[in-house]
Structures are given as C-alpha cells and as structure tokens.
Design a protein. Structure first.
Length: 568
C-alpha cells in the first residue's frame, strides 16, 4: 500500500448505513454513521471509517397475521459492491491468530472527495470455521461472540489502518462504545514505541488527546459490559498488562465499554442538548458536551422535493443552511411536491399489505426500532377516544414499521400489541404495519406521511433522527419533548409537542398523560387544521423545512465535530 502519512480522522462504528443494498446497519446509530460519512465527504474532511462486513447483516423481518416476528439472515455479495484490498489485518483471540481481510467502500462527496470505509472480514480460508463466522451477524450471538467482534473492530481496526499506511491519525472517533478496545491497542502501540514491556499510567494518559467518544443512549442495554474473566479468555495477547490498562474502568470485575471510552477520550459528547445533560448526570466524573445529531439531506430528501429545491435553492446540497429559503417557496409547490411523495408511499402500502389508503386522509407515520421505551403502542392507549376523536375532527390513517432485536421480547410484544389494536380498530382508524423497516422504506415513510409521530419514554430518547428526515421533506412532527424534538419543536410553528418533560410523574400516569395530550393535539389542533385550514397546515410544513431542515443536518453537525473535537 502507498504510505498515507497525511493527517486523517478515523471514525469507528459497529454499524454503518452505507447503501440500501448493503445490510451493515440495524437502526439509527448506523444511519447516523452513514450520514456523518456522507457529509464528511461533501465537506472534504480527511476522514476514514472502520466497521465490520456483516455478511449476514442484521436480519430480514417477517411478520405473521398476528404480528409474530421471525428473523431470516440477509444474503448479499460483498464482492459485487466492495473492493477487497491487498493487505490484511489480524488479532489474537483465545491464543489463535485470526486474519482479517479488508474491504473498501468509497463514499464520494459532491466535489468528488472520497471517504474510504474499511470493512473487516474474518471469513478467510486460514481461519477456523468458528472464527470465519465472527464478522457475519450484526449484534448477533452471545456476549462471547460480541466480545470477539469488538476485539476485531477496535484492535483489528487500528491495525488495519496501520497496515493501510495511516501513520498519522489525528483523532480516533468512537461512535458508541463498541469500538472502545481501540484504546487498548493504542496504549500498547505507545508501550512498544517507548520500548517498555507493559502499559503504564503515563502511557494511558498519553493516548487521551487522540480519542473522541460519542455516547448515544441513556438505555442500559446500549452500554456493553463484559466480565473481566471473559476479557482475559478472549483477548489473550494483552496478557498480564490487562490489569494496568483496564482496572480503572471495571466495576465488580466487569469491564464497561462506555467507561473505557469515557476514561480515555479528550472530548466526549451526547447527541442532543438534553441528552448531553442526561449523560452528564449518568457519568458525573467526566465532562460531557453535546453535539445535536443531523441527517444527510441528499440521502433523505424525496425526488419531488429534490426537484423543488434544485429549482428554488440551487446550492442546497452544499450549503444546507440555504433551506431557510424554503419560506420563499410557494405553498402550492410545497403541497404538490408532498402529494407526489404521499402517492409513492400509498403505492408501497398497497403493494406490501394490500390495504388501500386514501390520499385525501391525514396520514400519520411511526417507524423505528420496536423496543419498549419507544412506546409504539402509546397511540392505542384509549381506542374509544381514538374513534370519537376521528368521528369529531376528521379521519386518520396510520402506518407503522420497525424491527425488534431478536432477543428483545418486550419489543416483540409491542409489535403484537400494535397488530391486535389495528385489527380491533378495523376500518374506523385504518392502521397498517409494514414489515422489514429499512433505509429504503424509511425514505418513503418520512416523506410520504403528513405527520410524523414519536412517543418515547422520556428521558430515554437520546436524539432520534427520523423526525429530522421528515422535516427536510416538509413533514411536521407530533412528538414527546425529548431528544432532538426538545430543540426542534416550536409549538404550532414547526409541529406539536407531547407531554410536559419537566414534571415528575410516575411511568404509568405519564403513559396516560402523554396519550391524552396526543389525542388532544390531534383532535383540537391538527385534524381540524388539516381538513379545514390546509393553508395553515402547509405553513407549518414550510417552517419544518426552513427552521429545522436548515439546522438538523449532518453538514452542520460534522462542522461542529470538526471545530469541537477533531481540530481542537
Ligand atoms: C433514521 C432511521 C432510524 C432512526 O430513527 P429514530 O427516529 O432515531 O428512531 C432507524 N432505522 C432506520 C432504517 C432509519 O432510517
């Protein structure tokens, strides 16, 4: 490989949403990683990314008539979409040398600048049959399998970069804690450089200026922990130096990947203002800043709005703040562009479920990972109220989508409850659940509905990005005031808020309170406006683009990482 001594930022993420045909992502974290990389390419940032190949992907979701989810592996052909590089990386797992092939996917920005994404692959003839499966399943297997994957990502990732000639990495950005073990490899590099046998406290200090950590969730399941015995069993090459490196990040002989990243990073952030505060409470010992997430406009704007922006805001792709000019686009044009996107979604609903939606009816969307705190079924809290509300103020049809993690029984129950409620409501409020939510479906949903719903249990929604994707397509949100919506909601201007996030009430009452607010907003404000004052509704759509689209994008976000974390 040619030596690559130019200074780069190395971005590590267990999942990255690169392309609808490449199943290397599970949800919002991966989509954010993909959008970050696409904007970095547009901005010509010297960034390279590292992840795993995930030959079997996350999974394909099948739903039976009662909403029981079954999972099937995804199959795809990496050789058709990626280029294999002529160098390898490797790690030692349980005293076995595991060789890692390196595949490259190139993300090309607006001016042609390329961000290479390096995907590590243990499916190599000389590895054992078991080792060859280690880069197959995203978030699959048991803790042992997951830890092997994290050694490959963190340790194997640093070595892959060195093998590719990246000698001058300015920052290692850990996008969530799955890649925290890269800090161990950096410590060992320093020890080798210094010619000392083990890792010392001073060496630990010396890697901190190199590392940046972004934490993405207050939910406990999002913070990986591994018993120290398992670490010793798996990461054999670090041997006795283990205790020195990691003892500060262990509690009850358990290594917490979040603490490993927190303790070794010079800059740490949450992903929205409110989440930064929540994370600061959780990890009081560390200084935690916030950089609010965004979305990549070119990836998520529907074709009909692309045409409109190209006509009226020609520079929008390379100057996202220009979306503020949407206030100067005529309401008729916005409405027409939206109807195109809505018809595209309605065709998808018919093709996928056989249900015919009426283009004249207010269509609401809810799509995200199906997991308990996202509360997909909050909307059905009081079905009789739903029926009277729509009888009084106008009809409503709703599209749901979302996968539950294979081991998330609570998430799977939620899907079954949505199915049961949907069947009970029948034609009174038409509800469909589209299977296999993915990047392609997300684009159709966020642009094709009239209203985007999000009802997480506060304060557990760190950011949420699907509402941002809706905003750039002129779709306002009706959402709980948590995550990004805490910043993005200007009541009655960019959308509507649910709940009073400052009030201390118990979870059961909160559920009822949030559901009643949701119904009130729909019955009193949203449905009447949509059916009787469409002009005012389109004004809100325009504000969603101009006020939120111009800010909640990854161009602004990446620029903040550059000034706060990468080049400071
Ligand atoms: C944007 C996106 C998400 C994240 O949506 P949230 O609102 O953050 O939950 C998840 N999955 C897919 C496929 C997406 O496109």
């Amino acid at each position: 490989m040619r030596p690559n001594s130019e200074e780069v930022i190395a971005y590590f993420s267990m999942e990255i949403g690169l392309d609808p045909a490449i199943p290397t992502y599970a949800g919002g974290l991966g989509m954010l990683a993909g959008d970050t990389i696409r904007s970095a390419a547009d901005l010509e940032i010297p960034l390279v990314a590292v992840s795993l190949i995930h030959r079997r992907g996350y999974f394909r979701q099948r739903l039976d008539a009662r909403g029981n989810q079954t999972e099937e592996p995804v199959t795809w052909q990496p050789e058709e979409l990626l280029r294999e590089l002529p160098v390898v990386s490797g790690v030692e797992l349980e005293h076995r040398a595991v060789t890692l092939r390196i595949w490259c996917y190139e993300v090309r920005g607006l001016s042609g600048h390329v961000v290479p994404v390096y995907l590590l692959d243990s499916n190599v003839a000389q590895n054992s049959d078991w080792d060859r499966t280690l880069t197959d399943y995203l978030y699959g297997g048991d803790p042992h399998y997951r830890l092997c994957q994290e050694v490959i990502l963190g340790v194997g990732g640093v070595r892959a970069l060195r093998a590719l000639g990246y000698t001058n990495v300015r920052r290692f950005h850990m996008n969530e804690g799955h890649s925290s073990l890269l800090t161990l490899e950096l410590m060992h590099e320093k020890a080798r450089e210094a010619g000392v046998p083990g890792v010392t406290r001073e060496l630990v200090q010396s890697i901190r200026p190199l590392c940046v950590f972004t934490t993405h969730t207050p939910v406990a399941a999002g913070h990986d922990q591994f018993p120290i015995e398992l670490m010793r069993q798996v990461a054999t090459e670090y041997g006795d130096s283990f205790d020195d490196c990691v003892q500060d990040f262990c509690l009850d002989r358990t290594l917490n990947m979040t603490y490993l990243a927190l303790g070794n990073s010079h800059y740490i952030n949450g992903v929205a203002k409110r989440h930064g505060e929540v994370a600061q409470h959780m990890f009081g010992h560390y200084k935690i800043d916030s950089i609010t997430n965004g979305v990549h406009l070119g990836t998520w704007v529907a074709p009909s709005f692309v045409r409109l922006y190209d006509r009226d805001i020609p520079d929008w792709r390379k100057d996202n703040a220009g979306l503020r000019y949407a206030l100067g686009i005529s309401k008729v044009d916005i409405w027409r562009a939206h109807q195109d996107a809505k018809l595209e979604l309605i065709r998808e609903v018919a093709a996928s479920t056989g249900v015919n939606f009426d283009p004249g009816i207010l269509t609401m969307g809810f799509a995200r990972r199906a997991t308990a705190y996202k509360r997909a079924d909050l909307f059905f809290f009081n079905p009789s109220r739903l029926i009277t509300m729509t009888a009084n103020s106008g009809p409503l049809q709703v599209v749901f989508a979302g996968k539950a993690h294979p081991r998330d029984e609570g998430g799977k129950d939620t899907i079954r409850r949505v199915f049961a409620q949907k069947d009970a409501l029948g034609d009174k409020v038409k509800v469909v659940y589209l299977p296999d939510y993915d990047m392609r479906l997300a684009r159709l949903l966020v642009s094709g509905v009239d209203l985007w719903l999000n009802t997480p249990q506060p304060p557990l929604e760190a950011s949420g990005t699907s509402g941002m994707k809706a905003a750039i397509n002129g779709v306002p949100s009706l959402s709980v005031l948590d995550g990004w919506w805490h910043e993005g909601c200007i009541e009655g201007v960019t959308g509507w808020g649910i709940g009073n996030s400052s009030k201390e009430i118990n979870a059961v009452d909160e559920w009822a309170h949030d559901a009643e607010t949701l119904y009130d907003k729909l019955e009193v404000l949203i449905l009447p406006m949509f059916y009787r004052e469409a002009d005012r509704y389109v004004e809100i759509m325009r504000h969603a683009i101009a006020l939120n689209g111009s800010f909640f994008n990854t161009e602004r976000m990446v620029n903040q990482y550059v000034t706060k974390a990468y080049f400071r």
